[in-house]
Design a protein around this ligand. Structure first.
Ligand code: FCB
Length: 460
C-alpha cells in the first residue's frame, strides 16, 4: 500500500491549483464527526455511546483502538478552529455527540456537554466560519441501544426530542442542520452486516432500523422547521455507483440490490416519498399508516458524501449480495479505495437529476497510512492528486447542469476511522497522537491555495 509520506512523485501532478469554473457563491469547507475527533469520552458527564462499547469488543477495531482520546478536540478545539481559519475554510461541518448532551439519550440534559458546543460554535463564528451541525454521526447513546436502538420505533420520537433540544440551544447561531450522516452505513454495516456498532448481522433488523431512521429524519426535520424559522435543513447521504465484481449475471443482480440498500433506501423515501421496489416487501412489515408522509418532509439541500465505486458479488445469504474488493486494474488510494473522478462527476449529475435539490459535497477525501518524513512533514502527493482530480470533476458536473453549492473535504484532521482505528489517515492535518501535535500536510497548503484562487476569481 502506498505511503503518502514518501509519495513525492504525485506532487508534480498538481503543484499550484488554478481556479475552477464554479458559481461565485460556492462554499469550501471541511467535515468531521464527534466520536472520531472529540475524545473526552468519560469527561464532564458524557454518557457512553454504542461505539464506546463496540470498540472495546475484541477484534472489532484494528489494534483495539477506541475513540476515548482521539484528537482530544474537546480540549483542543480552539487550535483546530484556528487551523480551519488558516486554511480559509468557509464552512465547518461537525456532529454533536448525542450522549454528550443527553447522557442517556433522553430525559436529563448535560450542561457541560451543551456548553462545549456553545464554545465551539462561538469560536467558529468569531473566526468567520459557518457552523453546519449534524445531529447523528453514528454515536447512539448506549442507554437507547439497551432499549433496542434503531430497531425500537420510539426512537424516532426520542430523536425528534433531541433535535428540539439542539434547535432551542443553538438555533440562534446555527442555520444549517443535517439530520443523519450516511444512514446507509450505520444501518447496513451496523444492523445488516455487523461490521459497525452495534454489530448486528440480520436483514430484518437492518430494514427495521432503516425505516426508523427514515422516520426519525422526518420527525426531526419537522421539529427543526418549527423551532428555527430560517433554518436550512438537509441530510447527508453516501452515494457511490455499485458495480458487479464480474460479468456474471448473478453479480449484476447483486450490484442492483446493493444499490437499493446503499443509494436509494434513504434518499428515495426522504426526498421522493417512495421505497426502492426491491426492498418494499421487507420494509412493509414496519410501516404504519401515514409513515411515508411523515418521512418525506421537504428539505433544503442534499448532502452528498462520495469516495469511490463499490463492488458486489452474488451471495446466498439473506441480503443477496456480498461486499467485494475493488478490482486492482485502476489506481487506488492509500487505503485501497478506487480512484475514479469520472464516477464522482457522474454521481453528481445523477444525484442532481434524481433529487433536484441543491447539492453540497459534504465529504470527499483520500485515506492513507502515513508517517512523518525526515523533515517532520507529510508530502502527501497522492492526496493532492486525488483532490485535484475530484475538484475538477465538480467543474465538469456544473458544466453539465448540476446544481452544486459547496465542497467539504473529509477531513481537517486525521482521526478515528471506525473499524480501521487510527491506521487510516484522512486529514489535511497530520495528528501525532502521542503528543496531539497537529502538522499540516502538503495537501493542507494545496487546498488553502485552491480556496484562495477561487475567492480571488469570485472577486474579479
Ligand atoms: C465516511 C464517514 C466518515 C469517514 C469517512 C472516511 O463514510 O461518514 O465518518 O469515516 O467515510
Amino acid at each position: 500500500m502506498e505511503s503518502a509520506g514518501t509519495d513525492t512523485e504525485a506532487v508534480t501532478v498538481a503543484p499550484v491549483p488554478s481556479a475552477l469554473a464554479l458559481p461565485a457563491s460556492f462554499k469550501w469547507g471541511v467535515s468531521t464527526a464527534a466520536y472520531q475527533i472529540e475524545g473526552a469520552a468519560a469527561e464532564d458527564g458524557r454518557g457512553p455511546s454504542i461505539w464506546d462499547l463496540f470498540s472495546r469488543q475484541k477484534g472489532r477495531v484494528v489494534n483495539g483502538d477506541t475513540g476515548d482520546v482521539a484528537c482530544d478536540h474537546y480540549h483542543l478545539y480552539r487550535e483546530d478552529v484556528a487551523l480551519m481559519r488558516r486554511l480559509g475554510a468557509q464552512v465547518y461541518r461537525f456532529s454533536v455527540a448525542w450522549p454528550r448532551v443527553l447522557p442517556r439519550g433522553r430525559g436529563r440534559t448535560n450542561s457541560p456537554g451543551l456548553d462545549f458546543y456553545d464554545r465551539l460554535i462561538d469560536e467558529l463564528l468569531e473566526s468567520g466560519i459557518e457552523p453546519w451541525l449534524c445531529l447523528y454521526h453514528w454515536d447512539l447513546p448506549q442507554a437507547l441501544d439497551d432499549l433496542g436502538g434503531w430497531q425500537n420505533r420510539d426512537i424516532a420520537f426520542w430523536f425528534a426530542d433531541y433535535a428540539a433540544l439542539i434547535a432551542r440551544r443553538y438555533g440562534d447561531r446555527v442555520r444549517h442542520f443535517a439530520t443523519f450522516n450516511e444512514p446507509n452505513v450505520c444501518t447496513l454495516f451496523g444492523y445488516g452486516m455487523g461490521w459497525n456498532a452495534p454489530g448486528i448481522a440480520d436483514r430484518r433488523s437492518f430494514l427495521q432500523a432503516s425505516h426508523h431512521v427514515n422516520l426519525a429524519h422526518g420527525e426531526a426535520v419537522r421539529t427543526l422547521r418549527t423551532l428555527v424559522s430560517d433554518a436550512q435543513l438537509g441530510a447527508i447521504y453516501n452515494r457511490q455507483v455499485c458495480l458487479p465484481v464480474s460479468a456474471a449475471p448473478e453479480d449484476a443482480v447483486a450490484a442492483n440490490l446493493l444499490d437499493a440498500c446503499w443509494n436509494r433506501l434513504y434518499a428515495d423515501p426522504q426526498c421522493l416519498a417512495e421505497y426502492p421496489p426491491e426492498l418494499v416487501d421487507g420494509v412493509e412489515e414496519f410501516m404504519h399508516a401515514g409513515d411515508m408522509a411523515r418521512i418525506a418532509q421537504p428539505i433544503d439541500w442534499f448532502g452528498l458524501n462520495h469516495y469511490c465505486p463499490i463492488y458486489a458479488r452474488a451471495d446466498q445469504g439473506p441480503l443477496g449480495f456480498a461486499w467485494a474488493d475493488a478490482p486492482r486494474d485502476r489506481p487506488v488510494t492509500g487505503v485501497g479505495w478506487r480512484i475514479d473522478p469520472d464516477a464522482f462527476r457522474d454521481e453528481l449529475i445523477g444525484t442532481h437529476k434524481r433529487y433536484r435539490l441543491p447539492i453540497y459535497i459534504t465529504e470527499n477525501g483520500y485515506g492513507a497510512n502515513e508517517t512523518l518524513d525526515e523533515a517532520g512533514g507529510v508530502n502527501d502527493g497522492g492526496r493532492i492528486a486525488y483532490l485535484a482530480a475530484y475538484t475538477h470533476a465538480l467543474e465538469e458536473a456544473v458544466a453539465a447542469g448540476a446544481d452544486l453549492r459547496g465542497y467539504y473535504v473529509w477531513s481537517i484532521l486525521d482521526n478515528f476511522e471506525w473499524g480501521s482505528g487510527y491506521a487510516n489517515r484522512f486529514g489535511l492535518v497530520y495528528v501525532d497522537y502521542p503528543t496531539q501535535k497537529r502538522v499540516p500536510k502538503a495537501s493542507f497548503d494545496w487546498f488553502a491555495r485552491l480556496i484562495q484562487a477561487q475567492r480571488q476569481r469570485d472577486r474579479a
